[in-house]
Write a protein that binds this ligand. Sequence first.
Ligand SMILES: [Zn+2]
Length: 200
Amino acid sequence: GEAARLKRLQQRLSRSLRVHGRNRASKRRDAIRAEIGRLNARIRHRRADFITQEAVHLVRDHGLVAVERLRIKDMTASARGTAEQPGRNVRQKAGLNRAILAKGWGGFLLKLEHAARYHGAHIEKVNPAYTSQTCHACKHIAPESRESQAVFRCVACGHQDHADVNAAKNILTAGLAVTGRGDLGVTRSTKRQPPTRLAA
Ligand SMILES: [Zn+2]
């Protein structure tokens, strides 16, 4: 709703900018600008609140949180390319970067690590290669198993899950393998829940 309202305000502002002169019009523009500023601040604050709460929640209830090590800077750089060799699929990647940055993944990781230090939890960053293409049930790797953004259906064994959930399970498995906890981590953990809750 706020995104739609922001868009409407920006449209109103640009319409009002085409009408030149008059004092009244310029006052109206100032008012629209102020409202856009307030709306942006509210969106920013809520996002910050949300990621802080989510980070604390994760590390308070779990001894280990496994996340994908996303190289946000590399991805942003590779999309731009160079003057001689402009990046391929620049527009697609720019869209992806925008989405990643908009969701504040980097900011979330920082909050998560900070909260983890405070609560004594461990954050394991795993290699993101193939996490979304690997079947969690039979470990078969195939890009075709990723039917769509949402659906994972293994071409080898037929296992089906939400694509993000399948990937998250693979990330957790990789995190447990790296820390050597395996299944023991679940039973030995002094935390209240086994590591079943997955980071979005
Ligand atoms: Zn499978």
